[in-house]
Write a new protein. Structure first.
Length: 149
């Protein structure tokens, strides 16, 4: 009786590695998004702090300060849009990578199901072969006289 060997074991190992690699890439993208969101929050916090400082009641407001504050607000608006666009691009890459992860997992699971199915078929064939050998051994002993061993 030969032992069970899955003929596509190498392919299955490759599929598992591919699934792990795509998941690792997805984790990197999530880390990138977290960094972007942290930068956005830090920027907003700094912006609020600067505006509070500019508009503090103890600080006199001159015409030049108002012009600088207006330019600063325009720049801040452009910067927030740029950061939002960067975050949106990262989210789009995450969605694409998520689809790759799902596909890699599906490919892996298909091979695992095939492996399990062929294993069950091998076990069934093996059991039948053992049964046939046992029947053959019984029949060969059945016709012999008891004391003639």
């Amino acid at each position: 009786m030969k032992r069970y060997e899955f003929s596509l074991a190498g392919v299955l190992r490759l599929r598992v590695q591919q699934a792990e690699a795509t998941e690792a890439q997805l984790a990197l993208l999530y880390a990138e998004l977290q960094t972007i969101q942290t930068q956005q929050q830090n920027f907003l916090d700094e912006l609020q702090k600067d505006e509070a400082e500019l508009l503090s009641p103890n600080r006199p407001i001159a015409g030049e300060s108002l012009v600088q504050m207006d330019a600063y607000r325009r720049w801040a608006t452009i910067e927030r849009r740029r950061q939002a666009q960067t975050a949106a691009q990262c989210i789009a890459r995450i969605q694409e990578q998520n689809a790759r992860v799902i596909e890699a997992k599906r490919n892996q699971q298909l091979l695992e199901k095939l492996r399990d199915r062929t294993r069950r078929r091998w076990e069934l064939d093996s059991a039948r072969e053992e049964q046939a050998l046992a029947e053959e051994a019984f029949l060969s002993q059945w016709g012999k006289p008891q004391g003639a061993s």
